[in-house]
Design a protein around this ligand. Structure first.
Ligand code: HEC
Ligand code: HEC
Length: 309
């Protein structure tokens, strides 16, 4: 066997000698590894960046949440901003007492099982006026178990009304900014021409009954609509359908009046949804006459066949 200098071995001779990877081959493997490592550097770099980005995304959500959670506390700890304009606040309060009271209570502290406390709400404090107005126009229709309907479910409230509600909320959120307000004015929106026409048709031309139904329609549309929906079709999670409703049909007017005055607490064994029906629909300003008019309206939502039985 001859030991030759590798460089001098012709290719054919190497094969014939049973040539194995030698230093030169190792050098190539090493080079390949180095190239592979070099090539993979960007991937590690990208990988690190991706995981850093993911971490930062989670971290910034956490920080934003933490920041928001302290928003109300920050408002209260800071020197008070200017007192809000009394006229806007008073009108906003009147709208609040008709549209928001049902779920958020007269004092805005929330009704158990319905709407949240708005007086110490970090959400309210973290929004500017435009953001809060925007929220009220959109609501949280998907919130569970109870939804916050867009514009409190009210079709009659103007943007100006809702902007005044925002002013009132600023006063609720920081009592240092709330001026002394005049006594509330409870306004029931006047029936529209369409309401009147429908009422007259439902009353079979009886003008007196039509008057009650039309008035009941406006009360329904300002108090009951937030939970029972326009035309009483119901809002899932908020209130049952009152259209073609067997419970309504099973009671006379006195029975229904008694029901409306009492409501149906979630603890009531007859409660089927776990959501409460507040006494007087949550609007303590409603008189028995108002409620009887609402009943006249709700009667018009029943199927003709059951109404005539
Ligand atoms: C039918 C019941 C209902 C009515 C009426 C209603 N809300 Fe709400 N509102 C809710 C519920 C329920 C929530 C909480 C939703 C959730 O869990 O995310 C809420 C949440 C809110 C929030 C956010 C509070 C927070 O801390 O996240 C604001 C602000 C608010 N409502 C304002 C109003 C105003 C102003 C009105 C009247 C114009 C109104 N709501 C009428 C049910 C209602
Ligand atoms: C804050 C939400 C809310 C408001 C406002 C409200 N309701 Fe209700 N109402 C409910 C809920 C929830 C139920 C169903 C309770 C249950 O699970 O049995 C209900 C049930 C009823 C029922 C019984 C229906 C049945 O099939 O058992 C009648 C009738 C009714 N409401 C009428 C009214 C009228 C009229 C108004 C306005 C004056 C009104 N409600 C306002 C939430 C509301």
């Amino acid at each position: 066997m001859t030991v030759q200098h590798k460089a001098g071995v012709p290719d054919g001779a190497r094969e014939a000698n049973g040539w194995q990877p030698d230093e030169c081959g190792l050098r190539q493997v090493g080079l390949a590894c180095a190239v592979a490592a070099a090539l993979s550097v960007p991937f590690f770099a990208v990988g690190a960046k991706v995981s850093r980005d993911a971490w930062w995304a989670i971290e910034s959500v956490r920080l934003a949440k933490e920041h928001e959670a302290r928003a109300w506390a920050r408002v209260i700890e800071a020197p008070a901003l200017a007192i809000v304009p009394v006229e806007s606040a008073a009108h906003g309060r009147d709208v609040f007492l008709s549209a928001c009271i049902l779920c958020h209570g007269a004092d805005g502290k929330g009704v158990q099982g319905l709407g949240r406390d708005l007086t110490q709400s970090p959400f309210v404090a973290s929004k500017d006026d435009a953001g809060l107005f925007e929220f009220i126009t959109v609501g949280r229709p998907d919130a569970k178990p109870v939804a916050m309907p867009a514009r409190a479910g009210r079709t009659d409230l103007t943007d100006a009304d809702l902007r005044d509600v925002v002013v009132f909320l600023r006063g609720l959120q920081d009592p240092r900014r709330m001026p002394e307000l005049p006594a509330p004015i409870v306004r029931t929106p006047a029936p529209t021409e369409q309401d009147k026409e429908k009422a007259l048709a439902a009353a079979g031309g009886d003008a007196e009954l039509a008057g009650y139904i039309a008035h009941g329609t406006t009360i329904f549309n300002s108090t009951c609509i937030a939970c029972h929906g326009a035309g009483g079709v119901g809002i899932a999670g908020n209130g049952k359908a009152l259209k073609g409703n067997e419970f309504v049909q099973s009671l006379n007017d006195d029975g229904l009046l008694a029901f409306l005055k009492k409501g149906r607490d979630p603890s009531d064994p007859k409660n089927t949804t776990g959501v409460g029906m507040p006494p007087k629909g949550g609007n303590p300003a409603l008189s028995d006459d108002d409620l009887l008019d609402v009943i006249s309206y709700v009667r018009t939502l029943q199927e003709k066949k059951s109404a005539s039985k």
